[in-house]
Design a protein around this ligand. Structure first.
Ligand code: GAP
Length: 445
């Protein structure tokens, strides 16, 4: 498949099938923002659920948090985000006035659009400003958070005290973050509004390297479990001069996107940067008193950080398959190719689709609606009676639905259904009374 077309094909599928829409589309879209449609919101929720289960339920000593998006502007002074640490270098074309990130340009003197001369680079801060309260002055100015983890650091003592935790322990959070990116793009890869799934592990500085290695491996395993192939993942060690301002060690977990190897997740050793600075700026002592050694110290923080939408794009790229000539030997379709989204069952937005074999047979429709009503409270389900059964299967393959249930004439006599598997296309007859437990078991595999 032509690589440059592949992302466009996935984006087109996403628009057509209700995964992703342009924000404010009827007004021509807005600033590289996206809305997530009926299937997109299900898929995003599935990604978040898988992450939350992995990082809280399956791990010892990681608790959750949901901090506010709006915080005191002092938080961002302390974190270093208002200074050059969180800024990209920007150049502007003197002729067409288009702006570019300097590090994205091959020639830093000529405009890639019109060959005009470029200005010298200027630092451009990525924080999104807003005002709190009725007066728009400096005193009421704050920012939409640029990373969710700052809400975790400022709650460090609250969480320790309320949960009676001892180091080491972690705090996990999922939430929106905002960055005024100069060059958003590649569909939902880089946007100005996105969701982050971040975990901050607080530990004794002497154990930081050990935990860094542990979480790096755990995070790779998570992607493999959810269907990303090993050969499409790699780790990039970030050299000192390219690291984020807070990191004393940083690796990017990269995925082989159709547009090249790019970061999907960062694992950082943030040292004592955050707790030390928040102590200094807030005058609250955020050091930790170790009762065993009777010493106080600032814990080091190992962070894992991934964008929900960026992970979603990686899962979609991995799952997208075009199959020339259709998959069924008996398929008389004139269609040249079929699309199958081979998503992990855990991530598929619709788990179960229910069809009566024929729309014009009342008894089939009645039974199919009964079955639909039965499965719907358990799984995200979809009812479809339009077009031939083959076309209905293909529509579900295109959005990654793992199981299609058909009610045929035998179903009326025997109280059973056929369950078709997306990947193998094999069908199995299952008694209606056993259907929910059968599907539950299959979806957990
Ligand atoms: N707290 C650390 C932090 O925010 P980061 O490397 O700036 O680190 C972490 O971001 C992850 O957040 C990235 O690996 C990516 O998945 C996601 N992310 C960052 N900026 C993004 C953007 N503009 N659009 C979509 N996702 C983004």
């Amino acid at each position: 498949m032509n690589i440059s077309n592949e992302l466009e094909k996935i984006a087109s599928l996403c628009r057509r099938k209700g995964f992703v829409f342009l924000s404010s589309e009827i007004y021509g879209g807005f600033g590289s923002c996206y809305d997530y449609g009926p299937l997109g919101v299900e898929m995003k929720n599935n990604i978040k659920k898988c992450w939350w289960e992995e990082m809280t339920r399956k791990k010892e000593k990681i608790v959750g948090l949901d901090a506010a998006i709006l915080m005191s502007p002092k938080v961002w002074e302390a974190s270093g985000h208002l200074t050059a640490g969180f800024a990209d270098e920007l150049v502007e074309c003197k002729k067409c006035h288009h702006r570019f990130r300097k590090d994205f340009l091959q020639d830093s003197h000529r405009c890639p659009d019109c060959q005009g001369e470029l200005t010298l680079p200027q630092k451009f801060n990525l924080m999104m400003k807003t005002f709190v309260g009725p007066v728009e002055d400096k005193a009421s100015q704050t920012y939409l958070r640029a990373e969710t983890c700052q809400g975790i650091y400022v709650n460090f003592k609250n969480v320790i005290n309320s949960m009676r935790l001892k180091i080491p322990f972690g705090i996990a959070q999922i939430g929106k973050a905002f960055r005024n990116e100069i060059t958003p793009g590649n569909f939902i890869f880089r946007t100005r509004e996105f969701e982050q799934m971040e975990m901050q592990w607080f530990c004794n500085p002497k154990d930081a390297d050990k935990f860094f290695e542990y979480f790096k491996k755990e995070r790779i395993k998570w992607y493999l479990k959810l269907g990303i192939k090993k050969q499409n993942l790699r780790i990039k060690e970030i050299p000192e001069k390219e690291r984020a301002h807070y990191a004393i060690r940083q690796i990017d977990i990269e995925y082989r996107f159709p547009f090249g190897w790019k970061e999907i997740e960062g694992v950082h050793n943030r040292g004592d940067w955050d707790l030390k600075n928040h102590s200094k700026y807030s005058n609250e002592d955020l050091s930790y008193f170790d009762e065993k050694t009777k010493n106080s110290y600032y814990p080091y923080i190992i962070e894992t950080s991934v964008g929900v939408e960026r992970a979603m794009l990686a899962f979609l790229c991995e799952a997208y398959q075009e199959i020339g000539g259709g998959r069924n030997k008996n398929n008389q379709s004139t269609k040249k190719k079929e699309i199958v989204l081979k998503l992990s069952k855990k991530l598929s937005p619709i788990k179960v689709a229910v069809f009566p074999l024929l729309k014009n047979k009342k008894e089939l429709v009645k039974k199919a609606k009964e079955v639909f009503k039965m499965v719907k409270p358990h799984f995200c389900s979809f009812y479809d009676e339009n077009d031939s059964i083959g076309r209905r299967y293909r529509r579900q393959d295109e959005v990654g639905t793992p199981f299609c249930i058909t009610i045929d004439f035998d179903s009326i006599k025997k109280n059973d259904v056929t369950v078709r598997d997306r990947n193998t296309m094999k069908q199995k007859r299952i008694k209606i009374k056993d259907l929910v437990s059968f599907l539950k078991e299959k979806l957990e595999e």
